[in-house]
Every structure is written in structure tokens, then in C-alpha cells.
Design a protein around this ligand. Structure first.
Ligand code: SAM
Length: 243
């Protein structure tokens, strides 16, 4: 991994303008792009001077926004010029700038998310968002409206990422998991759908895909630990949901 020396004359300081609250409490199982799990709901709480009703005036006209953020969970791990995108099965190396890898020369990410509501509560400005691919507590360094006439280019070429990866796994719930869901329904009404959408994307490492796998996996959503296993190469069973 390349680690940069701290050359002050070339450095740029960015201050977070917001902080994300997300159901994804760890990197594992976060979708690899926004929009793949529409039931993932969270917020961006604006910070400091930007947390001001004027900063968001007329933003409600836009259904979607760009979030520019720092990959804070991996930023200390450096970067390499060549990376292995999961989309290519994890065994072909390509240039980091030809990917959306988190390990970049500057750890900046960009995601389009749905803007569901803007909540103003005294000095707090909170954007309610959905469909994000972001770790909890991700620092936001800028927010811009999504502008379809310019930001959407349906005829653009996108090489190995031309089409949206289709969820290829079916998710079933054990009797135990169904009881857990019933118990948690008032607190997390869309939990079953969220788990289904997340797991259908197959969050396992790329080399495990389409392989028999007997491991029991765990993932954290909200304050819940969800345990699951592969029944065969196309079916997942959620075994238990622990709160
Ligand atoms: N849509 C963004 C982009 O294109 O810049 C991010 C794409 S990146 C492939 C998505 C992955 O980044 C997620 O699956 C998750 O593992 C990881 N991730 C999300 N938020 C992160 C954070 N704050 N720090 C480190 N990794 C993060």
C-alpha cells in the first residue's frame, strides 16, 4: 500500500459538513453501490455553520442528492495503483482510477441517494435519505442536487460495470428468524425486506460466489446481529436475528 508523506504545501483541508447515520454498522454486507437496497434508510445530520436552514433552502425540490464523503473506515490503509474489483470475480487487477474501490489516492466517495425529507429542529438540519451504500458515521464533505439532464447518461460506456448486478440469491427465514422478526416489527417494520435486499446481493467475497459454502455468517444492521448461511448456491437462510 502507498502511504502519502504529509507535504503541507500541497495538502487541502476539508471539513466535514455532515455525518451519516446508517443501518450499516460495519463494512461487511454494505451494498457496493447506492440504489441497490432501497429500504436502507438513514440520515445526514448537518454540522456547524452548515447546519442552517438557509443552507438547504429549496433543496426539497430535488428527489435525489449527491453525497461526497470520506471513506473514513479505510482511509488509514493507504492505496495501490492496481485493485481487484469484486465485479470481476476478485482475481483480475485493474487501475484504481478505473474502479470505485475504497482504497484510493484520496479516500473520497460519491453516492446518489434518495432525499426523503428535510427535518429542521431548532439548530439541527437533518436530511432523511434512503438507498445509501455508506457506513454509519461516514463524514460528508459536500452535498449537491442530482441533476438528471447532466448526471444521467444512459448511452455511456461503462466497461465491466455496464449493467446493474442482478440480485441472484433467494432469502428464506427460519422459524426462529420469523419469530425474531415478529418481535422486532414495531421497532423495525421493514426489517425483513432490508435483510432480503442486502443478502440477495450476495455480500460474501467474490471468490465464494457460485460455490457451496457451509460457513455461518453474521452481519450487523442497526443494533441487530443477523446470522445466516447458504442452503445451496442460490438460496440463503436467515437463521437468527439477535438484538
Ligand atoms: N458509491 C461510492 C463511490 O462510488 O464512490 C462508494 C462505492 S464503494 C465500492 C462502496 C463500498 O464502500 C461499500 O460496499 C462499503 O464496503 C464501503 N464503504 C462505505 N462507506 C464507507 C466508509 N465510510 N469507509 C470505508 N468504506 C466504506
Amino acid at each position: 500500500m502507498v502511504k502519502e508523506s504529509n507535504n503541507k504545501s500541497n495538502s487541502i483541508t476539508l471539513n466535514p459538513i455532515g455525518i451519516v447515520s446508517s443501518p450499516y454498522k460495519e463494512k461487511f454486507a454494505i451494498p457496493r453501490q447506492p440504489g441497490l437496497v432501497s429500504t436502507a434508510k438513514g440520515t445526514v445530520r448537518l454540522l456547524g455553520a452548515v447546519s442552517n436552514i438557509d443552507s438547504v433552502r429549496e433543496l426539497q425540490q430535488f428527489s435525489h442528492i449527491w453525497l461526497l464523503f470520506v471513506f473514513h473506515g479505510t482511509q488509514n490503509q493507504g492505496w495501490k495503483p492496481l485493485v481487484r474489483p469484486p465485479r470481476l470475480g476478485g482475481n483480475k487487477k485493474i487501475g484504481v482510477l478505473a474502479t470505485r474501490s475504497t482504497f484510493r489516492p484520496n479516500p473520497i466517495g460519491m453516492s446518489v441517494v434518495k432525499l426523503d425529507e428535510i427535518e429542521i429542529c431548532e439548530q439541527d438540519v437533518i436530511l432523511h435519505i434512503s438507498g445509501m451504500d455508506l457506513l454509519d458515521e461516514t463524514p460528508i464533505v459536500d452535498i449537491k442536487p442530482y441533476v438528471p439532464y447532466s448526471d444521467s447518461l444512459p448511452n455511456a460506456c461503462a466497461g465491466f460495470a455496464q449493467t446493474q448486478p442482478k440480485p441472484n440469491l433467494t432469502v428464506k427465514f427460519s422459524e426462529q428468524a420469523q419469530q425474531n422478526l415478529t418481535k422486532l416489527e414495531s421497532e423495525f417494520p421493514e426489517l425483513a425486506l432490508l435483510i432480503e435486499q442486502v443478502l440477495a446481493q450476495d455480500p460474501r467475497p467474490a471468490y465464494k460466489q457460485n460455490k457451496i459454502d457451509e460457513k455461518i455468517y453474521g452481519m450487523n444492521l442497526y443494533n441487530l446481529n443477523i446470522q445466516w448461511k447458504m442452503l445451496d448456491i442460490e438460496n440463503i437462510e436467515v437463521i437468527n436475528i439477535i438484538d
